[in-house]
Design a protein around this ligand. Structure first.
Ligand code: GSH
Length: 216
C-alpha cells in the first residue's frame, strides 16, 4: 500500500521523512508550498487537511492521518527494521511518547509556532524565546548519559527533536551552552540519511520559493 506524506520542505513533516528513512519505511512524498498551500501535483493542502497544516499522510483509499506526533508513531510502526519498531508493551514506549509530546507542545507549538509566525510582536517572540533555556536544561540533563532520547537506538522522538534543531538557529534560539544537547544535536544531524534529507529539503525549499523561515 502506498502512503503519501504531504510535505512542505524544512517544516515538521521533515521529521516524518526522518522516521521513514531511518526505519526503511517506503514513503511517497507530495511536495507543497506551505505559504500558498499549493501541492506540486496540483490542488491545495486545504483539500486534504482543512487546517492547511502538515504533517498529513494520505492513504491509497483517500483517507488521511494528521498530527505530526501520530504520523511519526504510525510510520515507526510500519518499520520492519530490527529494533526500530517499538511496541506499547516495551518498557520505554511511553517514555518515547512522552518525549514526542514534549517536542510537540513545549518546543514546536509553544516556541516555533510563535517565533515563526506573524501574529506575535517582536516583544512577545522574545518572551517566548525566554522559555527555551529551561527546556534545553531539562534536555541537557536527560542526555548527559544517553545517546538517544529513549533506549539505545533512534526513535520517532529523536526524529522530532532533530527536526527542531534543524531550525533552532533560524528561530534565534541558542543551545550552545548545553554541551550534552549540542553533542546530541550534532550526532543526530550528522546521521547520513538525516543530513541528506536536510540538504535536499533546503534545495527544494529554494525551488518552491516558500520564504517561510527567516535566514534559510
Ligand atoms: N497540529 C499539527 C500542527 C503542525 C504545525 O504547526 N505545522 C506547521 C508546519 S511546522 C504548519 O503546517 N503550519 C501552517 C499553518 O499553521 O498554517 C500537527 O501536530 O501536525
Amino acid at each position: 500500500m502506498t502512503t503519501t506524506l504531504m510535505h512542505a520542505p524544512l517544516t515538521c513533516s521533515l521529521a516524518a521523512r526522518f522516521v521513514a528513512a531511518e526505519g526503511d519505511v517506503p514513503l511517497e512524498i507530495a511536495f507543497l508550498n506551505l505559504a500558498t498551500k499549493e501541492l506540486e501535483r496540483g490542488g491545495s493542502l486545504y483539500d486534504i487537511n482543512p487546517l492547511g497544516q502538515v504533517s498529513v499522510l494520505q492513504f491509497e483509499d483517500g483517507t488521511t492521518l494528521t498530527e505530526t506526533s501520530t504520523v511519526l508513531l504510525y510510520l515507526q510502526s510500519l518499520s520492519e527494521k530490527t529494533g526500530f519498531r517499538r511496541d506499547p508493551s516495551d518498557v520505554d514506549y511511553f517514555q518515547m511518547v512522552r518525549w514526542i509530546a514534549f517536542c510537540a507542545t513545549e518546543l514546536h507549538k509553544q516556541i516555533f509556532r510563535v517565533v515563526f509566525y506573524n501574529e506575535a510582536t517582536d516583544d512577545v517572540k522574545d518572551r517566548v524565546r525566554d522559555l527555551a533555556p529551561q527546556r534545553f536544561e531539562l534536555l541537557d540533563r536527560h542526555l548527559a548519559d544517553r545517546e538517544f532520547l529513549v533506549g539505545d537506538s533512534f526513535s520517532a522522538a529523536d526524529a522530532y527533536l532533530s527536526w527542531f534543531f534543524v531550525l533552532s538557529r533560524n528561530a534565534r534560539l541558542d543551545e550552545s551552552g548545553y554541551s550534552n544537547l549540542v553533542a546530541y544535536r550534532d550526532r543526530m544531524l550528522a546521521r547520513p540519511k538525516i543530513a541528506e534529507l536536510i540538504e535536499s529539503d533546503r534545495l527544494k525549499d529554494r525551488e518552491l520559493d516558500q520564504r517561510i523561515i527567516p535566514g534559510v
